[in-house]
Design a protein around this ligand. Structure first.
Ligand SMILES: *[C@@H]1O[C@H](CO)[C@@H](O)[C@H](O)[C@H]1NC(C)=O
Ligand SMILES: *[C@@H]1O[C@H](CO)[C@@H](O)[C@H](O)[C@H]1NC(C)=O
Ligand SMILES: *[C@@H]1O[C@H](CO)[C@@H](O)[C@H](O)[C@H]1NC(C)=O
Ligand SMILES: *[C@@H]1O[C@H](CO)[C@@H](O)[C@H](O)[C@H]1NC(C)=O
Ligand SMILES: *[C@@H]1O[C@H](CO)[C@@H](O)[C@H](O)[C@H]1NC(C)=O
Ligand SMILES: *[C@@H]1O[C@H](CO)[C@@H](O)[C@H](O)[C@H]1NC(C)=O
Ligand SMILES: CC(=O)N[C@H]1CO[C@H](CO)[C@@H](O)[C@@H]1O
Length: 326
């Protein structure tokens, strides 16, 4: 039961792309013609979202068993807001007002769960997209929620001051001040566990994207500065030789800048693509546009997660969104 909602949703959301891809295995896969009509694609996505909503607990408006599904509820809320944003609708505005209103009652102490950064940031992301999509409707609820989610991630994001001190309040080990001569400032931890040393893109990139969207929504300089710092961290520390984003690294001084050995995963590059797209759209700084071009080109060239004979996940939700928004 617990793993049902998201896979169902994802399977249904990608079904159209999968259908197209399966018809086009071979050299032509790169320039597929999407023959499913826009109406049909919207209907399919809509059906998937309805199916996921039907799995929510009617009392909490979140998936059952929050200890393991907390972040998935935030991901679903985000998809509802994204769906409306991409289809120019307000179908889920009232629904999301209710969901975030309900979530607000339980999340203040709980943006965390053990994995604050990807879990809580999912809610923040959904809230800021809802704020952007529905304009004045419930805007203070959505914006405030996004800011709270961002604020909950701040204590798990490495600052230069923490590096100068060698430590930070919520972590019990000595921080590595720099790696390959570049400061570790801007990296965000995966886990709230004080001994967990992993700084990962799902956290750092999620914080980057939320910061960039809040910079766009509020024009408060602290969000832009946070966005640029997290982006710079990923660029400096977590690009591989192909120009793709790897999963993460240790921030502990005793680990000597050890990189994650997890294989290449599309969502890491996807988060960077989305954050860069937002950063470019608010700054028109061509550095970001160039970084985006390079990363997208590298993402299309790799066989790390897709190739002519196997289609696993052509690109993640956020990368698609970002590309559509440019
Ligand atoms: C896609 O459509 C265009 C225009 O109709 C056509 O020229 C092209 O060959 C099609 N590509 C594929 C892969 O079917
Ligand atoms: C939503 O509106 C934008 C801007 O007017 C338009 O380009 C886009 O095609 C619309 N999307 C849908 C699904 O109607
Ligand atoms: C905002 O959302 C709440 C649910 O949290 C709802 O009760 C309220 O009516 C909404 N207000 C507006 C103005 O949309
Ligand atoms: C919030 O945290 C409390 C205490 O850790 C826990 O009992 C509860 O299940 C959590 N709620 C959610 C939605 O994660
Ligand atoms: C553009 O962004 C880069 C990278 O963040 C920065 O170094 C540069 O100063 C920015 N340029 C302008 C004109 O703001
Ligand atoms: C394509 O990807 C699959 C799954 O990762 C892998 O088994 C296969 O060897 C790859 N094929 C090529 C031609 O790279
Ligand atoms: C153990 C510890 O220092 N926890 C802190 C983590 O960060 C939050 C927010 O700044 C603090 O309230 C906690 O005291």
């Amino acid at each position: 039961m617990l793993s049902l909602p998201l896979p169902l949703l994802l399977v249904a959301l990608v079904v159209v792309v999968a259908q197209v891809a399966s018809q086009l295995l071979g050299a032509s896969w790169r320039k597929p013609n999407i023959t499913t009509s826009l109406e049909d694609r919207i209907r399919l996505a809509q059906g998937a979202l309805s199916q996921a909503i039907s799995q929510l607990d009617s009392a909490t408006l979140a998936f059952p068993d929050p200890a393991t599904t907390y972040g998935l509820s935030g991901a679903l809320y985000s998809q509802l807001a994204e769906f409306d944003q991409l289809t120019n609708q307000s179908r889920y505005a009232i629904t999301l007002g209710g969901y975030f209103g309900s979530a607000k009652a339980v999340t203040a102490a709980n943006f965390s769960g053990p994995y604050v950064l990807n879990n809580g940031l999912n809610f923040g992301y959904g809230a800021v997209v809802a704020y952007k999509t529905y304009k004045t409707y419930n805007s203070s609820l959505f914006l405030q929620f996004a800011i709270e989610a961002w604020s909950a991630a701040v204590p798990y994001t490495i600052t230069q001051a923490a590096l100068d001190a060698g430590k930070m309040a919520n972590k019990s080990f000595t921080l590595s001040p720099s790696c390959q001569g570049v400061s570790m400032a801007g990296g965000a931890f995966y886990s709230t566990d004080p001994v967990n040393t992993g700084v990962v893109v799902i956290a750092t990139g999620g914080f980057f994207v939320l910061s960039a969207l809040l910079a766009e929504a509020t024009a408060d300089a602290k969000y832009l500065s946070a966005a640029v710092q997290s982006m710079s961290f990923i660029r400096a520390h977590l690009y591989n030789g192909e120009g793709l984003v790897i999963d993460g690294m240790s921030a502990s001084a005793t680990d000597n800048c050890a990189l994650s050995t997890l294989g290449l995963l599309p969502y890491n590059s996807g988060l960077m693509v989305e954050g860069l797209a937002v950063l470019y759209s608010i700054s028109h700084n061509t550095t970001y546009r160039n970084m985006l071009d390079d990363l997208i080109t590298a993402s299309l060239a790799t066989t790390g997660w897709q190739n002519v004979s196997a289609w696993r996940c052509a690109c993640d939700e956020q990368a698609r969104m970002a590309v559509m928004n440019i």
